[in-house]
Write a protein that binds this ligand. Structure first.
Ligand code: ZN
Length: 476
């Protein structure tokens, strides 16, 4: 029992409890704001949003921090291309992030710090490293000397000798060790800069995460998460500089989600197959995109293709069907109290069983595909229970179904809502009008209403309890 998570630091599934009762300090590396977010970014944000929701559902208070990298070479390049100020680019793409993340039902973090608003903290952290002798200057830049941190490589399991032999990355100048990285970059003409003890410059990418994480969460985080591509060098460097400064472990758990492929190919600008959240949201409901991302275990690579997205969309249609059937029965037992039965077949117990399997799956290294499977079984079971032929329904069973649905929404955010509900109400209105017409034997009006419903893509089924409706394509 209890929660286990796979910790990249130990390469093991470990029992997870926060260092302080009830409070979880959780940091996720956020986007570099120079473009619209794509499905690969979305995988990180949606997954850890759901893990955070799950931990909250389990009763923890989660302090959740996700940063914006708003000063970076990519932003400067974009600004130059568009003839804009880098800050304008960053502001614009932060706005776009809110739109896309909102559409994906990603909850806002407790804090969304921006690098440019934390330069004093970043400078203070570099000063601490400097005082302890972990830094050196080359041509105006301040670098971290990895050879001074013996545990360097403990996350990615690389050793310095290996890195020495490896390809020389960016030979801008002579580093002491190839893995040494920039903490503070000297400003080039025309670049944004801040005053610092080392002259005009700007922070390196790695140091901003350490400074912001420690500011909002303290020196030791419970969970630090991001994509697998961040293990090296980003997270390795965050560990080195944070632990060198504080003398304490930087994060107890490092979680990493797997790569994303598009139609079995790596997603890249050069292949021209970048799938933005913006374009996906125009074709698929957000719940379907979340389901698609949850359909593979977070540590495994995921292949996004139309088949996966369509099957995720079907999954949402099945949920809608259940919601329709449930509302139908709930309405009908209010209209016909003689239809209220007792829970004689222990159906409530069955629903609790599905709920238990759902939670168990998530407790086991956040196994979302297994949780989706348990929920799917529940949907199948509930649909049978809600068939009009049954005749009687127990209120407590319907209530248990509602509670399970709302729990699944709280944690995974996959229950269809929004415009769909308005559409449903409009259909209900037409169906009720048709029922009235039928009662007074106004057949031509009833037929006209049936046609109207059909035009909106729904088919009607008259049952002894009244009229139910379906999406036309689900009938076959
Ligand atoms: Zn980071």
């Amino acid at each position: 029992m209890g929660i286990t998570l796979f910790n990249t630091l130990t390469q093991k599934k470990e029992h997870f409890l926060p260092q302080e009762d009830e409070v979880i300090r959780f940091y996720v590396c956020g986007p570099t704001v120079y473009d619209l977010i794509h499905i690969g970014n979305a995988r990180v944000f949606v997954l850890f949003d759901a893990l955070r929701r799950f931990l909250e559902w389990m009763g923890f208070r989660v302090v959740f921090v996700q940063n914006f990298t708003d000063v970076d070479d990519k932003i400067l390049k974009r600004a130059q291309e568009e003839g804009k100020h880098p800050q304008e680019i960053a502001e614009y793409y932060i706005e776009q992030y809110w739109i896309d993340a909102g559409r994906l039902k990603v909850k806002k973090a407790s804090f969304h710090p921006r690098a440019t608003e934390h330069v004093p903290e970043i400078i203070a952290l570099i000063r601490r490293l400097e005082e302890k002798g972990f830094t050196y200057a080359v041509e105006g830049d301040i670098l971290f000397d990895v050879s001074r941190f013996p545990e360097y490589g403990k996350l990615s399991r690389k050793n310095l000798a290996e890195l020495e032999e490896g390809a020389r990355v960016e030979v801008r100048y002579k580093k002491r060790n190839p893995a040494d990285f920039v903490l503070w970059k000297q400003a080039k003409p025309g670049e944004p800069f801040w005053e610092s003890p080392w002259g005009k410059g700007r922070p390196g990418w790695h140091i901003e995460c350490s400074a912001m994480a420690m500011k909002y969460l303290g020196e030791t985080l419970d969970i630090h998460a991001g994509g697998v591509d961040l293990i090296f060098p980003h997270h390795e460097n965050e560990i080195a500089q944070s632990e060198a400064a504080s003398g304490r472990p930087f994060a107890r758990f490092f979680l990493h989600n797997g790569y994303i492929n598009i139609n079995q190919e790596k997603m890249s600008k050069s292949l021209g197959n970048i799938l933005t959240v913006r374009s996906l949201c125009d074709t698929y409901p957000p719940e379907a995109l979340r389901i698609a991302l949850f359909s593979t275990h977070y540590r495994n690579p995921i292949n996004i293709d139309p088949q996966l997205l369509d099957s995720a969309k079907n999954y949402t249609e099945r949920i809608k069907n259940l919601l329709r059937a449930l509302s139908f029965i709930e309405r009908k037992i209010e209209e016909h109290p003689q239809r209220v039965g007792r829970d004689e077949g222990e159906e409530e117990g069955e629903i609790m069983k599905f709920k238990g399997l759902f939670i168990q799956a998530l407790e086991d290294d956040f196994n979302t595909p297994q949780a989706l499977a348990a929920f799917s079984e529940f949907v199948r079971y509930a649909n049978i229970y809600l068939l009009p032929a049954r005749g009687r329904w127990a209120r407590q069973v319907l209530q248990a179904m509602r509670e399970f649905l709302s729990m699944v929404e709280d944690i995974l955010g996959i229950i269809p809502e929004g415009s769909w509900q308005e559409e449903e109400e409009a259909i209900l209105h037409l169906v009720e009008e048709r029922e009235r017409a039928r009662r007074v034997k106004d057949w031509s009006k009833a037929d006209a209403l049936r046609e109207e419903v059909k035009k909106r893509g729904y088919l009607l089924e008259d049952t002894p309890l009244g009229t139910r409706w379906y999406r036309a394509e689900e009938e076959g």
